[in-house]
Design a protein around this ligand. Structure first.
Ligand code: FES
Length: 166
């Protein structure tokens, strides 16, 4: 079902954990399954004066594909300029892993979306102009996060009610 590369990244994930000195963090949740990911980026200026993602890490509560895609997106974005990192798509992540089962394709969205959000938060905090594509994707992600939080709130409420009744 999974490629060897997916299994390898799941068993030995790269850049897992929380960076102590990150420049920005992106948090996203998957509305389909409820999995959540935090992605941390450290941005520095290189010798050519370009802003690059000098370090990156992530924390993911999710399935095998979510862990593998988190690991892969961190490999793909590390050392890239902000512009190059913005261009990384869900498909790039899935392709680099040798593909994902169709039912698991939504999992690759989590990793690429978290990168999108970390960059969005970085640019916003710096008072910088947000590229239109990044802004559109952010609006879509923010909408999904809101729906996820509403769903969790209803779930927690129902658990509370069940507990009281028990
Ligand atoms: S099933 Fe939740 S991200 Fe894969």
């Amino acid at each position: 079902m999974y490629t060897e590369k997916v299994i390898e990244h799941f068993r030995h994930p790269h850049n897992q954990g929380k960076l102590p000195d990150y420049s920005a963090v992106g948090k996203v949740g998957n509305i389909v399954c409820g999995d959540v990911m935090w992605l941390y980026i450290k941005v520095d200026v290189d010798e050519q004066g370009r802003e690059v993602i000098s370090d990156i890490s992530w924390e993911t509560f999710g399935c095998t594909a979510a862990i593998a895609t988190s690991s892969m997106v961190s490999d793909l974005a590390k050392g890239k300029t902000i512009e190059e990192a913005i261009a990384i798509t869900n498909k790039d992540v899935a392709d680099e892993l040798g593909g994902l089962p169709p039912v698991k394709l939504h999992c690759s969205a989590l990793a690429a979306d978290a990168l999108n959000e970390a960059i969005y938060n970085y640019l916003t905090a710096a008072g910088r102009e947000i590229p239109a594509a990044l802004e559109r994707r952010h609006a879509h992600i923010a909408d999904e996060m809101e729906r996820l939080e509403r769903r969790y709130a209803a779930f927690l409420e129902s658990q509370e009610e069940a507990h009281k009744g028990g």
